[in-house]
Write a protein that binds this ligand. Structure first.
Ligand SMILES: Nc1ncnc2c1ncn2[C@@H]1O[C@H](COP(=O)(O)OP(=O)(O)OP(=O)(O)O)[C@@H](O)[C@H]1O
Ligand SMILES: [Mg+2]
Length: 439
């Protein structure tokens, strides 16, 4: 019988007592450089795992780590993205990390789709090809150009996944995601860049964003301006208005504004860095606590609710003045001569053959239309030479049915349409209107 050294407090569990282990919400075992997780990979398990990895590599000089998640029954993006950022740093230091996926098939799929498997064990697991719209797989960004690309991909997913967006919600999300990602580039000195994941919790009507880096951490940067601060004090001050490590570089608005948006939208905000954690949500308010093991770098996770429109003027007031963030439609779409945003179907669609390709496009069009002062959208089909009937129905047939004939014709202008494509769209609309239950 192999006896694992249990690392959790006051409990001694032998490996063969599997049933006992399964009853526990979480158990973490360490056997030299092999770590096993049973149950939920929660914040406690994550702390133990990252602490043990640090101990193995930095203190004991191991060049190989084995992470066994076979018994893992639940995992959360904050802990997993944190692990990805740490694992990538060790890979850079030539440490070989092997990952055993959860035995549970759905969990294993999640590890692959979310790109966690690849980022933890780059040799054995291929990069995620998940292009779905429930979440954005964990993406890495090393500079401002890559930051721009990943934020755009995230906004695209948001617009395609969420029903009936409010314009201010999208501006708030774009602003916050950019600020937190910008901090990685500006302050973290992370040699592997930053890692970002988006999850849409559609039932709660919240989006969750996690941004992790494995750089020098908030306490270190804040202490360049306030050497006397402890790690907890550094986190507490970093989220206050106007606190920055260097007023020549920043204004100290990013963390403060993001925290305000999460409060106004009844979401949550969490910072982990060095020896401290900071948590803020509606139930408990603001809590700052000491960590058992330190985080090398910084992890920011936050949730923004989109059930009700966010009052951006209230959320983003800096030095007493309301700040108006850039507007998604203004920035991402050119306007035609009638002032309508031009929606280039060839750029917005991953293909023209299937319903699957059409569904996110329709949602995106509806979201743009729902943004209060957009009167109409010009859908540019110049580069589209053929569409399947199912695609035409998914985008135009269903949109016609959802909006009704008058609203469709006043709000959707098709420009540059090839006669054949026009015929196919017409036919899809006529067929849909003949279906029972259509408007
Ligand atoms: N990822 C990070 N790594 C290290 N330090 C960070 C990180 N993110 C934030 N900080 C620290 O927290 C401080 C406050 O961040 P915040 O985004 O609120 O303001 P800023 O970036 O300095 O200015 P602004 O966001 O207005 O450009 C930063 O000045 C920096 O010291
Ligand atoms: Mg900032």
């Amino acid at each position: 019988v192999k006896i694992f050294r249990p690392v959790f407090d006051n409990k001694f569990v032998v490996g063969r007592f599997k049933t006992l282990v399964w009853c526990l919400p979480m158990a973490f075992f360490r056997d030299t450089n092999t770590f096993k997780i049973f149950g939920e990979f929660d914040s406690e398990a994550s702390s133990k795992m990252t602490g043990a990895m640090y101990d193995c590599v930095t203190k004991q000089g191991y060049k190989e780590l084995n992470l066994n998640f076979e018994g893992c029954t639940k995992a959360f993006s904050t802990e997993m993205v944190t692990l990805c950022a740490q694992a990538q740093k060790y890979w850079q230091q030539s440490v070989d990390i092997s990952l055993k996926l959860p035995s549970d098939a759905a969990m294993a799929r999640l590890f692959n789709n979310a790109n966690w498997a690849h980022l933890i064990d780059v040799h054995s697991h291929a990069e995620s090809r998940y292009r779905g719209y429930t979440h954005a797989r964990t993406m890495r960004f090393n500079n401002e150009v890559e930051q721009f690309e990943v934020v755009n991909r995230i906004l695209d997913i948001l617009l395609s996944a969420i029903r009936h967006f409010k314009r201010s919600d999208l501006s708030a999300m774009e602003w916050a995601i950019n600020e937190i990602a910008d901090n990685v580039i500006n302050h973290s000195e992370s040699s592997v860049g930053g890692f970002i994941q988006l999850t849409n919790h559609s039932q709660r009507k919240q989006i969750e964003v996690v941004v992790a880096d494995s750089g020098i951490g908030i306490p270190t940067t804040i202490r360049s301006a306030h050497p006397e601060y402890s790690d907890s004090e550094a986190l507490d001050s970093a989220i206050r208005e106007g606190v920055t490590r260097d007023p020549q570089i920043g204004q100290g608005n990013g963390l403060f504004g993001t925290w305000e948006i999460t409060k106004k939208s009844l979401g949550m905000f969490k910072l982990q860095s060095g020896w401290a954690n900071l948590d803020s949500d509606e139930q408990v308010g603001l809590r700052i606590s000491k960590r058992v093991t330190p985080i090398k770098g910084c992890v920011v996770s936050f949730r923004i609710g989109y059930d009700q429109a966010i009052n951006l003027e209230e959320a983003l007031t800096f030095s007493g003045k309301p700040h108006k963030p850039v507007d998604y439609v203004d920035v991402h779409f050119e306007l035609d001569e009638d002032g309508r945003p031009i929606f280039n179907l060839a750029n917005e669609s991953s293909g023209f053959g299937s319903r699957k390709a059409g569904d996110p496009v329709r949602r995106k069009l509806r979201n743009i239309l729902a943004m209060s002062d957009v009167q109409a959208v010009a859908v540019d089909l110049t580069e589209v030479h053929l569409v399947s009937s199912s695609y035409a129905d998914e985008v135009f047939g269903k949109l016609f049915s959802e909006l009704g004939p008058l609203e469709f014709s006043s709000k959707i202008a098709l420009i540059g349409v090839d006669p054949l494509v026009k015929q196919l769209i017409d036919k899809a609309i006529v067929q849909r209107m003949q279906q029972p239950g259509s408007t």
